[in-house]
Unconditional design. Structure first.
Length: 435
């Protein structure tokens, strides 16, 4: 049997990988299986088997990778301690009486919760139980209520500590602290544009969005006093990172410890809640590490077939301008968003795309923000949309088509936001440049 060329082996590997994913094989397992099999074909079975053991041990014992379970634990504790409801109630007291005010309050609360949980899916799931019933109580349309929550959930990937940004930093060997800080201003841009979108919807269709009763200043200040805990936790973690007091991994540990101390001191975390938080963080971290190990094994396979170098040569040889090539890459991610979740997209594609970005001369920190924003758009746009599935799981009486209809204005907003960040990279790069 004639030996196959490296290019053909790489193509067979990708086809097999997508076939396995379509058969519902877990992404990490599929990447690991294809990576080891392909590497074994190219380099021999003995080196491939050694690679499995060495890679797995290195990933689970590497100090740098500890940032993932620590921030996951912080997010789990924050979710269990009820801080999300306090954030929503405080925002609602101040803006709930505006037209569409409950939607604006939901976006504000999602941003605050995302800044201490770092998870888009957790944000969407939490506010499906916190904000959706309140919006329906005031007769907000189902499509609008679920669309706002789905869009607000995507903020979890922009505000630090973003797990997706952390994984991008680990893969590309970029400073995770700078990546976290780079997401702050784009995150605030996202919040302001989402709120503006809601205001426009309220102006165009005033009968659609009712007005809730206004709260007195006494109630507002009482609600504001309740949000000191998440604000303190966010300032503690991000202030320590920005000020150089601790590394991202240390920030994860400090954040988890801070969330635990604050929650216990306030009497908001029982022993059962703590155990549930530990189990939730462990399960999620195990899933992330499985995908990471599989991706690195698949990456070794791509290396021996020289796929990243060939993709770089192909894209740079198209004769497109750097921004033209970037648009092509963004379109690829939007298509992949119909098929895969954000974490899988980042882990599978960044090792291939990152050399292209370097060859085109783009800043890797800026690209990290851009790419995370693009894959998060995949969480809400049809036909898959992970956040949409999460909301449908929590809110039983709403259809997928209704949620997607409510999400469409925010998809348009996200595309406009991407264009702004591509045109003005300084929005993402200003704060990291001051570190």
């Amino acid at each position: 049997m004639p030996e196959l060329s490296p290019d053909l082996v790489a193509v067979i590997g990708f086809v097999t990988l997508f076939a396995l994913m379509l058969l519902r094989v877990p992404v990490g397992m599929a990447m690991g299986l294809v990576g080891v099999s392909g590497y074994s074909y190219m380099s021999g079975s003995t080196p491939a088997l050694k690679m499995v053991g060495q890679t797995s041990m290195r990933i689970v014992t590497d100090y740098t990778f500890g940032v993932i379970p620590m921030f996951l634990l912080m997010g789990a504790i924050v979710t269990r301690s009820g801080m999300s409801r306090e954030l929503f109630q405080a925002a609602n007291r101040f803006v709930g009486h505006w037209r569409g005010g409950l939607g604006i309050a939901t976006i504000a609360a999602c941003a605050g919760f995302a800044a201490i949980s770092g998870s888009s899916v957790a944000t969407a799931a939490t506010f499906s139980t916190v904000a959706y019933p309140e919006m329906r109580r005031f007769n907000y349309p189902q499509s609008f209520a679920t669309g706002v929550i789905a869009a607000g959930g995507t903020l979890g990937a922009m505000f630090p500590p973003s797990i997706v940004l952390a994984v991008y930093g680990l893969i590309t060997q970029q400073d995770i602290g700078k990546l976290f800080v780079a997401g702050i201003l784009p995150g605030f841009l996202a919040v302001s544009m989402y709120m503006s979108t809601i205001a426009i919807i309220g102006r165009v269709r005033p009968g659609w969005l009712p007005i809730a009763p206004a709260s007195g200043w006494k109630e507002r200040f009482r609600a504001l006093r309740e949000v000191w805990a998440p604000v303190l936790l966010f300032l503690f973690v991000i202030g320590g990172l920005y000020g150089g007091l601790f590394t991202p991994t240390e920030a994860g540990g400090m954040g988890a410890a801070g969330a635990l101390i604050i929650s216990v001191a306030r009497g908001r975390l029982s022993q059962a809640d703590l155990l549930a938080s530990l189990l939730q963080a462990t399960r999620t971290a195990a899933a992330v590490f499985t995908v990471l190990i599989g991706a690195i094994l698949f990456g070794y396979f791509l290396t021996v077939t020289q796929t990243p170098q060939k993709v770089t040569e192909f894209v740079t040889g198209l004769g497109l301008s750097p921004h033209g090539a970037l648009v092509l890459i963004m379109l690829m991610y939007l298509v992949l968003g119909c098929l895969m979740d954000a974490m899988a997209m980042i882990i599978l594609t960044v090792p291939i795309i990152f050399p292209v970005i370097q060859a085109l001369g783009f800043d890797p920190v800026w690209f990290g923000v851009i790419i995370v924003m693009t894959v998060e758009l995949g969480l809400i746009h049809p036909p898959v949309g992970m956040n949409v599935f999460v909301i449908k799981t929590v809110v039983k009486d709403v259809s997928f088509s209704t949620i997607f209809y409510g999400v469409l204005p925010f998809v348009v907003t996200d595309i406009l936001r991407l264009a702004i960040l591509i045109a003005f990279p300084v929005i993402a790069l200003y704060l990291p440049s001051r570190m």
